[in-house]
Structures are given as structure tokens and as C-alpha cells.
Ligand binder design. Structure first.
Ligand SMILES: [Zn+2]
Length: 399
């Protein structure tokens, strides 16, 4: 699939250019912050809500290049305004270079596991996720992604499987674990085998299951704008989203997720993933890397807008790992020309950046393991016994 895209996109661009058509403006949704100043440090307030944004494969170089091409060499991204910063070590239990599944497990459950596992320990035990712990405390929970909602990163926060490939099972877990708001792609994993486009091997219709669990099941941007909570399952693409109209943007999904979740009296926790920064970096597609990172930054802007008003919301932005080994090797001082070098088409073992804003943000300043992030959340939410192993596996499908 990656290889197809590599060939297809340049071909498409060549064809469109040859035909004299205007290409869709790549960063058409991007608006840099009007005020570039650093946001204040919030002291003393209790944390009621947590908005956790993960740029998949988003390295410091990815962010740097997006800044050059977005707000400009001397400009600031929305995430640049966050007053607390840190570094995150990403290695997994069995690899120096992690995959998204082990990294997600670490950031959801506070445990290191093997590459490929979805919130299962190397020997198959099931750890408690910060989402489940928050839910047990009465908080509302949400997942937003531009990949399938069953893809590795969101999966780690709402499912427990031995392999990231078990996406049909992950879809069931997400519903059985009652994540209140889920927005992204992945329709194919929710519809029965006999329906066109299904990626299931059985005849289970998880959209019916969702409806019996009081989810509003929606498929379009218009439906998202009109959706009422508390439970919403929005599947805007068969698998990964196109990240173009007519779909909602990640910023729109973020704003709507916050709208729906903030109705919860006991607060909420939501994980928002800019899933396709990773895919662009795997493809060495610098233009798409910028677009995906700027789209993600607009989601950060929505989170910060809410948190600035609310004053009891912690916003954390980080990456699960670095992808592509991008370096910025030269260019014009105004950034109009930039010389890039990609050193791998996979992931690398580099530490990744973390940015935080809101009450408790200081807990994440400096250098940390990825497992420290949910531990900090649990401390701020006064969740005891975290991390923890839950002995019992989740209910089998159909029970
Ligand atoms: Zn990747």
C-alpha cells in the first residue's frame, strides 16, 4: 500500500499539473496563532479534564519543517506556545525502535511491552488503561484519529489484543469498553463480512452493537456537526481518512469531541491522534508531512482554546516515536527553499518532544519515559493503583 501511494501521488500530481488544474491548497485549513506569546503556567488548579494529543511519527525535525512551511521560519505553531516542554524516551520492551502499538500501550497503560501488542504485556497479561481507570472514576472518555479508530495508537487506549492486526476484535473492544466518543476512520472493521468493503471475517454487525449501547452512529461531517452525546461513533472513512473535504478535519473532530465530552460532570479524558504524520514520513512525502502536522497543530489549537477558558484542563502533546529520520540540511534563510534528507523509511529510536499546558503540566517537564505520561495523569486525577494488571481478560465478543 505504501509503495502504491509512492507511485500514485507523483503520477497524480504530474497529471493534474499537466492538465493545468490547480492542486488543492495543501495547508488550506491552517491558521497560525494570532498571538505567538507563550501561554502562562497554571498553578494550583485541580485537573478535571485531560486532552492528550499524539502526533504519530512526529519528530522534532517534523515539527521544525512544518513550522518553516506553515507559520514561517520565525513563526510559531500553536504547540510552540505551550509553556512546559520535555523529551520522551520511546523504546519498547523488546526493541530499541518501537512501533505504534507498543508505544500506545506504554502511553495508555504505563507499561513497556513488545512491538505489536495492544495493551497486553509481553506474556499476555492485561494492564489497566488510563481510559478505563478514568471511566471507573466517572469520567467520560474519547478517541479521535485520522486513521481507523482500530489502528494501533487509538487501539492501545481502548482495547487489549495480542496483535495490532486484530482490528475486527479491537473494534469490538472499543465498544465493549465503552469509549464514549470515537471519531475517525475504520468503518470496514465494524460491518459484517457480507457487506461490501468489510474487513471482518464474521457476520457480526458492530454498528448494531453500537446502537444497542446507545451510540449515535454517524458517517459524515454534517452529522458530526449536529451530533448529540453522550455516546457518538463517527466513522468517516472505510479505513484511514482522506484528510480532505468532504470529511471533517482533525481540528473539527477535536472541537466536537470536546463539546460532547465536556458535558460530563466528572470531567473527561480524550486521546487525539494525528495518525498520518507517520504515513507521510514513511513515504518521505515532505509536503504531506507538513500538511498532516499543520492539520494536527490546528487540533492542538482547539484543545488550547478550550483549556485556556476552562483552566482545569491539562493539554499534553507528544509523539509515539520518530519516523523517517528527517534532517534539515540546508536552505534559504526565509525557508522558501529547504534541503531535506530522510535517513530511513521506518521508525527511529530518537527521543521525541513533549509539550504541556494547564494544571499539572510541570509533572511532565524534562526527560521522561513514555510510561511516565499516564502515570502523571493518574496522579493528577487521583487514580490509585496505576499502573496495574487486571487479571481478567475483557469479555469475549458476544457476551
Ligand atoms: Zn509508522
Amino acid at each position: 500500500m505504501l509503495h502504491c501511494r509512492k507511485l500514485f501521488i507523483p503520477l497524480l500530481i504530474a497529471l493534474l499539473t499537466a492538465a493545468g488544474w490547480a492542486l488543492p491548497a495543501d495547508s488550506s485549513f491552517y491558521q497560525p496563532p494570532a498571538d505567538q506569546s507563550q501561554l502562562p503556567i497554571i498553578k494550583g488548579n485541580k485537573v478535571k479534564n485531560i486532552i492528550f494529543l499524539i502526533g504519530d511519527g512526529m519528530s522534532i525535525s517534523t515539527v521544525s519543517y512544518a513550522r518553516i512551511k506553515g507559520p514561517g521560519v520565525a513563526g510559531a505553531l500553536h504547540m510552540d506556545r505551550m509553556p512546559i516542554a520535555g523529551f520522551i524516551r520511546t523504546s519498547s520492551a523488546d526493541h530499541l525502535v518501537t512501533d505504534s502499538a507498543a508505544a500506545s500501550s506504554a502511553m495508555a497503560c504505563g507499561i513497556k511491552t513488545n512491538n505489536g501488542r495492544i495493551s497486553r504485556t509481553p506474556n499476555g497479561d492485561m494492564p489497566l488503561s488510563i481510559m478505563a481507570a478514568a471511566k471507573a472514576r466517572g469520567m467520560a472518555t474519547g478517541l479521535v484519529a485520522t486513521s481507523s479508530v482500530t489502528h494501533a495508537t487509538p487501539a492501545g487506549f481502548g482495547a487489549h489484543t495480542m496483535s495490532r492486526k486484530e482490528q475486527p476484535l479491537i473494534a469490538e473492544h472499543l465498544l465493549l469498553n465503552g469509549i464514549d466518543v470515537m471519531l475517525g476512520g475504520g468503518y470496514s472493521f465494524f460491518i459484517p463480512k457480507s457487506e461490501t468493503g468489510s474487513r471482518r471475517a464474521d457476520e457480526r454487525n458492530l454498528l448494531d452493537l453500537a446502537r444497542t449501547k446507545n451510540y449515535a452512529v454517524i458517517r459524515t461531517r454534517e452529522e458530526l456537526m449536529a451530533a448529540r452525546g453522550p455516546r457518538v461513533l463517527g466513522l468517516f472513512a472505510d479505513e484511514g481518512m482522506q484528510t480532505m473535504r468532504p470529511e471533517p478535519t482533525i481540528a473539527e473532530m477535536t472541537a466536537r469531541a470536546i463539546d460532547l465530552l465536556k458535558e460530563s460532570k466528572k470531567g473527561f479524558i480524550v486521546m487525539i491522534e494525528g495518525s498520518q504524520i507517520d504515513w507521510a514520513n514513511h513515504d518521505h512525502n515532505a509536503e504531506n508531512s507538513v500538511r498532516q502536522t499543520l492539520d494536527f497543530d490546528m487540533a492542538v489549537a482547539e484543545a488550547l482554546k478550550f483549556a485556556q477558558k476552562d483552566k482545569h484542563t491539562l493539554v499534553v502533546v507528544t509523539a509515539d516515536h520518530e519516523t523517517g529520520g528527517l534532517s534539515i540540511n540546508g536552505g534559504n534563510v526565509d525557508g522558501s527553499e529547504v534541503e531535506l534528507h530522510w535517513s530511513t523509511d521506518g521508525h527511529s529510536g530518537a527521543t521525541v518532544p513533549l509539550y504541556a499546558y494547564g494544571p499539572g503540566a510541570k509533572l511532565l517537564s524534562g526527560f521522561h519515559e513514555n510510561t511516565d505520561i499516564p502515570k502523571a495523569f493518574s496522579r493528577l486525577l487521583k487514580i490509585e493503583n496505576f499502573p496495574a494488571i487486571i487479571e481478567k481478560a475483557p469479555a469475549e465478543p458476544g457476551q
